[in-house]
Design a protein around this ligand. Structure first.
Ligand code: TNX
Length: 502
């Protein structure tokens, strides 16, 4: 660390000035030590990388160019104004990083490129808020001297978007990924199928998208991702150190599939498309011969286009499914996805089936079932609806949204513990926020429901429990609102927070 400090320190100590105030950092890093130094990004600034991190350096430069108006060339080396270093020999945990701001440079070090990337997100937040402007803004681009040492509490810091009830296109998902990355979130769970829509191309079963993807809640045009679109999302996410987790929800929530193929129906007649908002959860016909081949085909294709290790099989709300059939189907699903090299993830209800580790359970409503699954060797992704369901109404003022687990205020989204009392830290992979979209038919409504609650969730997933403090978070979030505004995020200005820029 001494070396790093020396590397960013000039021969002459900088003249003493009042220290710059430290900008709000979200999620809160593990350790933040202000120093006397002060760095100013010159218009000739270069970003250099060594040992890895070329792509991360380019993304950082891309993020800083619009507001600064600087060229910010990127090159290999360790002599830049912003220096990124990947060194597997460094004694840092997975995804960990250090940032040192000295008088002459900013230095980010990590043992892996995940950590390096998260470090660059901290660097962005250390600049004046105007750096988030999409067009040239007024400097100077001064950064207070600081030493940051940081690593996440949990490896799984996710967000689920339901693209089935209402479809969101590739560009909308990319925008979301950019915003997730800024908050060090690293899993995008796409809920790709439900009663009201089928959103992923399956080449062996083309009517799934042609028919099942042709509409959405309210009867709009719907839409779907071609496999090439999906690959584009996966690659864009990967560049931002986010893993895409696809969900195909069976045996319940299968109405769109049954509307696409007559052969999947017991009476040999395709269902009518469903465009209502209420949960229907039409089940697969598990006695049908075609059904199991169909499911195997779907998972074969979805697994093949998913480089990440996890796939989400849903398995929630299997209303009307015989419990024995459920108990046979879910372990069979596990065999299918394991044959494709993937690890199964499912909602609470999978606690009713007998599964073998490794697998993951996503807890949303029934802690007992989730704990049962953990008893079978699962790790838990914590998404308790009353804290993480961002389709819930914010409060009495905002009104818009679902109410069954709400309201979910910013403090509710922040002030909770992801490890259930019956479990220990290592049972828990992490946390995930969720946006179900029965009511969400536009990107502005998405923004309004997701933000700022997802910022709160990000800190729950990242920051050690004993360092989380609502009163402190509230103040930092109040300053962060200006960044969100500059990024064009239409967040809900909750009255729980004093938004400093408003
Ligand atoms: C419950 S969460 C559901 C979804 C709905 C959501 C609405 C879960 C596994 N199932 O199908 O969209 O509530 O809030």
């Amino acid at each position: 660390m001494l070396l790093a400090l020396i590397a960013c320190t000039g021969a002459e100590p900088a003249p003493a000035e009042d220290p710059l105030p430290l900008p709000a950092l979200l999620p809160l890093p593990v350790e933040v030590r202000p120093t006397e130094a002060r760095f100013t990004l010159p218009d000739t600034a270069r970003v250099t990388w060594s040992g890895g991190g070329a792509a991360e350096a380019e993304l950082l430069a891309e993020a800083l160019r619009p507001a600064t108006g600087f060229d910010l060339p990127v090159a290999e080396g360790d002599d830049g104004d912003v220096v990124l270093v990947v060194d597997p020999g460094l004694d840092l945990p997975a995804e960990g990083y250090t940032v040192d701001v000295g008088d002459t440079c900013i230095r980010v070090e990590a043992a892996d490129t995940d950590g390096l990337f998260w470090g660059t997100q901290t660097v962005r937040q250390l600049f004046p808020v105007a750096v988030f402007s999409g067009s040239e803004a007024i400097g100077p681009w001064e950064v207070p001297g600081v030493h940051v040492e940081d690593a996440p509490r949990f490896g799984w810091r996710g967000f689920m978007l339901d693209v089935a009830r209402h479809f969101f296109d590739v560009d909308e998902v990319k925008l979301l990924l950019d915003r997730m990355a800024l908050h060090k979130l690293d899993r995008l769970h796409l809920h790709l199928t439900d009663d009201q829509g089928w959103r992923i191309e399956i080449t062996a079963w083309p009517l799934l998208t042609e028919i099942g993807g042709s509409t959405e809640v309210g009867g709009g045009a719907g839409g779907w991702y071609t496999q090439a679109d999906y690959a584009e999302i996966v690659a864009y996410a990967a560049a931002r150190h986010i893993v895409v987790v696809p969900e195909v929800d069976f045996p319940g929530h299968a109405h769109a599939a049954l509307a696409s193929y007559a052969a999947l129906n017991e009476d040999g007649t395709a269902e009518d498309l469903y465009t209502g908002a209420p949960v229907l959860s039409t089940p697969l016909w598990l006695d049908g011969e075609a059904t199991w081949d169909f499911v195997a085909d779907v998972w074969g294709e979805v697994a093949a286009i998913t480089p990440g290790p996890w796939v989400h099989v849903g398995a929630d709300e299997a209303i009307g499914v015989d419990p024995d059939a459920y108990a046979t189907f879910v372990p069979w699903l596990q065999e299918q996805v394991e044959a494709d090299g993937k690890t199964l993830l499912g909602w609470d209800e999978i606690g009713d089936a007998t599964l073998s580790p490794p697998f993951q359970v996503q807890h949303w409503i029934d802690e007992g079932r989730a704990v049962t699954a953990v008893g079978q060797g699962a790790t838990l992704v914590a998404s308790p609806a009353e804290h993480t369901y961002f389709d819930m109404v914010h409060d009495e003022v905002a009104r818009f949204g679902q109410v069954w687990a709400g309201p979910v205020g910013v403090e509710d989204a922040y002030d909770w513990e992801p490890v259930p009392a019956a479990l220990v830290e290592t049972d828990v992979a992490g946390v995930e926020g969720a946006l179900w979209t029965e009511l969400i038919d536009s990107h502005s409504k998405l923004d309004f429901m997701v933000w700022p609650r997802l910022v709160a969730l990000a800190e729950v997933g990242w920051t050690p429990a004993d360092q989380r403090d609502w009163a402190d978070f509230r103040v930092r979030l109040g300053a962060h609102g200006e960044r969100l505004s500059l990024l064009g995020v239409g967040y809900y200005a909750s009255p729980e927070v004093d938004w400093t820029a408003r």
